[in-house]
Design a protein around this ligand. Structure first.
Ligand SMILES: [Fe+2]
Length: 242
């Protein structure tokens, strides 16, 4: 178990990277490992790459607005809802909140989902994509969908056919099968209210705010381009831990 001093150093390093002025942080005299994790997962984390890093597939202006406006607002509204609905963010993991989301307000559902989904999405992309998984994940994809190309087609169809705003997902079901589906708005497969259920491995934001500046109404073109930036190393790690 790490010491509270180690946790504090990691906390300060992370917040410094996020560009948060330390002077604006609340004074925390004791940070336990448990509270360190919980406090941070309710907050927007630094983007793991520059706004222009995913060009030409995702343009810099879309990334900047998406991260600093849309996703930041979900995180802020989640913080407000957590206070209003008395969620102890030091002891309640975000995943457990999502698994019990039916007990909370629509505001909590939209913003806890919005915050979780976007943090998950940023981590799912990289400017140095391997373009394809390997090993056990690739074998499981081929077993459950026939081939990697068939998987991509089915996943893309889930994104294309999601009416309005929402997300396409690859999840591991409770019986350890890979399943593709989609959710409306900011719902996700962790939520008890979701028709699609499972442990998320990959999620694609198909809200217009994710692609409209470059692709306008051509959502299929955005989805085709997005395959070039998928972080298969992260997806593989999620698969191994599911
Ligand atoms: Fe989004």
């Amino acid at each position: 178990m790490e010491s509270s001093n180690q946790s504090r150093r990691q906390f300060l390093t992370k917040t410094s990277k996020a560009g948060i002025a330390l002077a604006t942080l609340p004074i925390i005299t004791k940070i336990t490992p448990a509270s360190f994790v919980a406090v941070n997962e309710y907050q927007q984390q630094p983007l793991p790459y520059a706004y222009n890093a995913l060009e030409p597939y995702i343009d810099a202006l879309t990334m900047e607005i998406h991260y600093t406006k849309h996703a930041a607002t979900y995180a802020k509204n989640l913080a407000d809802a957590s206070v209003a609905e008395k969620v102890d963010t030091a002891s309640t993991s975000l995943v457990s909140l999502l698994k019990n989301i039916s007990k909370y307000s629509p505001k909590m559902r939209n913003n806890a989902g919005g915050h979780y989904n976007h943090e998950f999405f940023w981590q799912s992309m990289t400017p140095k994509s391997s373009l394809k998984p390997e090993g056990k994940l690739l074998a499981q994809i081929e077993k459950d969908f026939g081939s990697f190309d068939a998987f991509k087609t089915k996943f893309a169809d889930a994104g294309k056919t999601r009416f309005g705003s929402g997300w396409a997902w690859l999840v591991v079901s409770s019986d350890k099968k890979l399943v593709i589906g989609s959710t409306p708005n900011q719902d996700n497969p962790l939520m008890d209210v979701s028709e699609l259920k499972g442990t998320p491995l990959l999620g694609l934001d198909v809200w217009e705010h994710a692609y409209y500046l470059r692709y306008q109404n051509k959502r299929p073109d955005y989805i085709t381009a997005w395959w070039s930036v998928v972080n298969w190393d992260v997806v593989t790690k999620r698969f191994e831990e599911a």
